[in-house]
Design a binder for this molecule. Sequence first.
Ligand SMILES: C[S@@+](CC[C@H](N)C(=O)[O-])C[C@H]1O[C@@H](n2cnc3c(N)ncnc32)[C@H](O)[C@@H]1O
Length: 309
Amino acid sequence: MQAHTPVLLEEVLAGLNLKPAGRYCDATFGRGGHTAAILAQLAPEGRVIAIDRDPEAIRAAAVQFGAEPRLTVIRGSFERLDECVREAGLNGELDGVLLDLGVSSPQLDAAGRGFSFMQDGPLDMRMDNESGPTAAQWLARATEREITDTLFALGEERFARRIARAIVQTRSERALTRTADLAALVAGAVPTREPGKHPATRTFQALRMRVNDELEALAAALPQALGLLAAGGRLCVISFHSLEDRAVKRFIQRESQGDPVYAGLPDVPPHARPRLRRIGRAIRASDAEVARNPRARSAVLRVAERLAA
Ligand SMILES: C[S@@+](CC[C@H](N)C(=O)[O-])C[C@H]1O[C@@H](n2cnc3c(N)ncnc32)[C@H](O)[C@@H]1O
């Protein structure tokens, strides 16, 4: 089975402040690196709900954990976190929720999934590769403006306009269906090179985030995670993209402040009180971890604790 090295593992375990009989949700199972480490610290009464939208991750979970009685695996998107947790037979009161965003190594490394510009494959990029439009279908239908905006906003690609123009021009001649074709097209459209970076890096990242609605799913998941946590429960989010990290940081900031309308007043009604407490600052991987696992380079972990109502 293909492996995924869990990022910031010790930091996540400390951030979750694990209790042996606690109930945890790993909303991004991947290949179960974090789930396995959480289970290893739980007593027989502890529970983990693991979620992933990728059917291959769900199949890997069955092989890896078999009939582990403390683990319930749910196939679904954390965009509907409440529903997934309910499907697992729980109604909130969780002691911790983990979101380790982005793609797993098996997804990135399998040419057939279409995430990588390093290997030729179908231009797919769907984490749930059994539903929704592929990257090829999205590129075939999007307007030049939509492509430009996506590359600019999600890839911070300064040559977004040129690349979008090249895509629209090319697709009028032939369908863009292969990763290698798109990577070569982008390389030809971009006039300068960033050192150490393939010119298609930003385009592929932006397309992946668009095809999987990643920012939208995160924005939907954060308030649900907060609602599912018991007092003292921990929220841990690992981001790999500045826009994701900004969304997480702002969410924690907002929920740590309470409603400003009541600032300075003696009686603050429960709905207007802060619901989270930030735990420490943003945590990044150590040099030693990055040396072992270069994919940890851009990871940022933020931790917050649910306050009593
Ligand atoms: C970085 S990997 C997680 C790796 C995992 N922590 C491990 O140690 O093996 C991210 C995983 O989250 C999944 N994922 C991303 N967005 C998701 C969403 N909205 N709902 C459910 N799963 C999602 C991906 O399919 C991928 O398997």
